[in-house]
Design a protein around this ligand. Structure first.
Ligand SMILES: CCC/C=C/C(=O)SCCNC(=O)CCNC(=O)[C@H](O)C(C)(C)COP(=O)([O-])OP(=O)([O-])OC[C@H]1O[C@@H](n2cnc3c(N)ncnc32)[C@H](O)[C@@H]1OP(=O)([O-])[O-]
Length: 719
């Protein structure tokens, strides 16, 4: 796991050999420890260069080993030995030096990086801290403010930034290993004392307490309830106030408090879940590794509303030429200006030139005849979409793939009106499409594997996290979210206020509770969907009382708000009241309180005090319960897919892992008990009835989430 070569007669070249990222597994740690010992003990060797195979220095400790207590050779001891050695050790950084990998580089006496390399200490994103001396060495090298920023955020920096900050000594466009070898030959004659970072005096700014306080406040605001960033701050504070050896002891104590925490487990699960979701498989056996996606150069986006604009920007940003189509001159012009403005701002932020030459705007559908793909983003109206897909069938060349950005309509019904149903699928972007990372790729029953592979690969190219899902109303994300918002509405009827429900969810870790989120998104979106599906408006069965629809409990309260023009932030009031239309500061509104009181009186509902525990359980267990149904219906292949959708599309707090991981953490038996309890109390809410899969898993002894797939396998897949 580490190769040893003698080069130029006097240099030991140690290469980490653990593809794909040369993670520091216990075998690698053993390998480096042995090879360093050999190099330091060999009188022929005058200097050492450490590099990584396949042009990647090191991606850090092996995260897969974190599931069990750390065993084998200690990184801390290895790094102390490297630093204390009497021979110069040079890190030759290509690709990445992250986490333990960068800590290894910090223990070396010199660091030479390739200009394309990226460096950082991302442990915090895994619920940990850089516990192999990173929190003690980095502040001594680059100062406390810069080290705090890197360690508490986990941001990676480019080689250029690293050079500016003093994290590396030199950058090169050539092979970093070759450069490091030449550098090492010169370094042999130089004294090493000033190169041992642990011995450097800490550069302390005068207002240390104020600095730590400000960073703590910032972290608490950004990552409410997340433990690791606070532990990182404490570790850096120890570096600032204690001698190195005591600081190291503190670093290790803090790491011990994080290592087996549920937050660390959740965050590490998220890391792997994201990668698992990218590896899609269809029942036919077609999968990410055996189907070649089409190469996409020209795309058309139909509809320049909020979604269409974001999609056009996402495409142009990665070099795809875009023909954007609208039906009216005024809409086309507004869309054009918005897209150009968005692309220009984006390019400025990234320090590149906006690729406006890739854009074409037109009122004629005929102009899309030669594109490789079409992404439809018109109004959420089935008959309108069907008309458009029929027209596209006629206009586009036979090889053009057709995608719809519908957020929940039947993708197969659209495929059915075309001359190429196998070349139709869904690409469900989330708003704003150029910002949000999630892309649900909807596989209709007739979508070909190439159609899916192309959507997944194009999404990845646009920087999206893509999840392949089956075709059902609302797909995965919106199908599940309905059960969550329904519960929130029922809780209002029973006695809660919007601020109580939101408070509990925000305390849980959501950046925004369900009602604040609804105000931001606009209440009219859901209203329109409910009207279309006959839940409200003129199509309602006159025999249904206001709080029952299709035999089940229904809350008409959101409809009542919409009827009063309370559409959320854009109208200055919704579930909350705002300083002005478009305002963002949500204040509880006495009118809402009055509306709720009136509603309860009208329907003889005795309000009760509802605990935060009930608010969380009702909203989140019902969400997971629907997730189990999504799995048993074959709409998602594995729980990781659902969790990734919720992490990237719905702001589920990452340190809770996603709704399915959270249910797993709580314990499936407990979730089942509570759902049974709530269903008993509310038999007219079918979503509270425990799903078959949940019951099956509990009956099988509640296997860990990674094993659920074995129990789902037997079920029918809709992908
Ligand atoms: C006690 C000491 C304290 C130190 C703590 C640490 O160092 S904590 C660690 C701090 N370090 C980090 O947080 C860095 C985490 N890693 C990354 O950020 C990225 O992987 C990358 C930027 C290194 C490469 O991006 P990319 O898009 O080119 O590639 P990709 O992302 O698709 O990964 C390819 C494959 O490698 C796998 N794998 C990757 N890293 C690790 C690992 N450390 N371990 C194990 N496996 C790892 C990954 O799962 C995937 O496996 P699959 O699916 O093929 O079976």
């Amino acid at each position: 796991m580490a190769r040893y070569e003698l080069v130029k007669g006097s240099l030991a070249l140690i290469t980490l050999t653990n593809p794909p990222v040369n993670a520091l597994s216990s075998a690698v740690r053993y390998g480096i420890t042995e090879k360093i010992k050999r190099a330091l003990g060999d009188p022929k060797v005058k200097a050492v260069v450490i590099c990584g195979e396949n042009e990647r220095f090191c991606g850090g400790a092996d995260i897969r080993e974190f599931a069990a207590p750390m065993r084998g050779h200690s990184l801390v001891m290895l790094f102390d030995d490297i630093e204390a050695g009497e021979k110069p050790v040079i890190a030759a950084i290509e690709g990445v030096a992250l986490g333990g990998g960068f800590e290894l580089a910090l223990a070396c006496h010199y660091r030479i990086a390739h200009s394309k390399a990226r460096l950082g200490l991302p442990e915090v994103t895994l619920g940990l801290l850089p516990a192999a001396g990173g929190t003690q060495r980095l502040p001594r090298l680059i100062g406390i403010p810069a080290a705090l920023e890197l360690i508490t955020t986990g941001h990676h920096v480019s080689a250029q930034e690293a050079l500016k900050l003093g994290m590396v000594d030199q950058i090169t466009d050539e092979n970093a290993c070759k450069m490091a070898v030449e550098f090492a030959l010169r370094a042999v004659a130089k004294p090493l004392s000033s190169r041992r970072i642990s011995t450097l005096t800490m550069p302390c700014p005068p207002n240390l307490d104020a600095l730590f306080e400000a960073v703590t406040m910032q972290v608490q605001k950004k990552a409410r309830g997340v433990m690791a960033p606070l532990a990182c701050i404490q570790a850096v504070r120890a570096a600032a106030t204690l001698p190195y050896s005591k600081g190291m002891k503190r670093e290790s104590e803090l790491m011990a408090s994080l290592f087996s925490s549920s937050q660390a487990r959740a965050l590490q699960y998220c890391f792997f879940a994201q990668r698992t979701a990218g590896k899609w498989t269809l029942p036919s056996g077609a999968q990410w590794s055996n189907i070649k996606p089409r190469d996409i150069r020209r795309a058309a986006v139909i509809g320049l509303g909020t979604m269409g604009r974001g999609i056009a920007v996402s495409l142009a940003r990665v070099g795809i030429s875009v023909i954007a189509v609208e039906t009216e001159k005024k809409l086309l012009e507004t869309g054009r200006q918005m897209v150009i403005g968005m692309l220009e701002r984006d390019a400025k932020r990234r320090g590149v030139t906006a690729s406006l030459y890739l854009l074409q705007f037109t009122l004629s559908l005929q102009d899309v005849k030669d594109v490789d793909i079409v992404i439809e983003a018109v109004f959420e109206d089935m008959s309108l979409k069907k008309r458009l897909f029929r027209d596209l069938s006629k206009v586009c060349r036979p090889s053009t793939l057709l995608y719809t950005n519908t957020s929940g309509l039947d993708v197969d019904a659209l495929a059915g009106v075309t001359d190429r149903p196998h070349m139709v699928a869904g690409m469900h972007f989330f708003s704003p499409a150029h910002v949000m990372k999630l892309l649900e790729v909807i596989c209709g029953p007739r979508s070909s594997s190439e159609t899916i592979a192309t959507a997944m690969s194009l999404g990845k190219r646009m920087g999206k996290v893509c999840v392949a899902v089956g075709n059902c109303p609302g797909f995965v994300g919106n199908r599940m979210v309905k059960t969550y918002t329904d519960q929130a509405n029922f809780l209002l009827e029973e006695g809660a206020t919007p601020e109580q429900v939101d408070g509990a969810l925000e305390e849980f870790g959501f950046a925004m509770g369900v009602f604040r989120m609804s105000d931001l998104a606009g209440l009219d979106v859901g209203w329109r969907i409910r009207k279309e599906s006959g839940l409200t408006g003129p199509d309602v069965d006159p025999k249904d009382p206001p709080h029952r629809r299709q035999g089940h409990r229904y809350s008409p309260i959101p409809d009542m708000l919409c009827e009063q023009g309370r559409m959320g932030q854009k109208t200055g009031c919704g579930w909350y009241v705002y300083e002005k239309p478009g305002g963002t500061e949500a204040k509880p509104d006495p009118l809402i309180q009055k509306l709720l009181e009136g509603y309860r009186v009208r329907y003889s509902i005795q309000p009760r005090k509802i605990s935060s525990q009930e608010l969380i359980e009702r909203c989140l267990y019902v969400l997971a319960n629907e997730g189990f149904r999504v799995l048993e219906d074959g709409i998602a292949v594995q729980p990781e897919d659902i969790d990734v959708i919720y992490l990237f599309g719905y702001g589920f707090p990452r340190h809770r892992g996603g709704p399915m991981f959270y249910a797993n953490m709580v314990g499936l038996g407990r979730v089942l008990d509570r759902l049974e309890h709530y269903h008993h109390a509310h038999p007219d809410v079918p979503h509270l009835k425990p799903s078959q899969l949940l019951k099956k898993l509990v009956a099988c002894g509640s296997p860990p989430i990674q094993k659920w797939k074995e129990h789902i396998k037997t079920m029918h897949s809709h992908l």
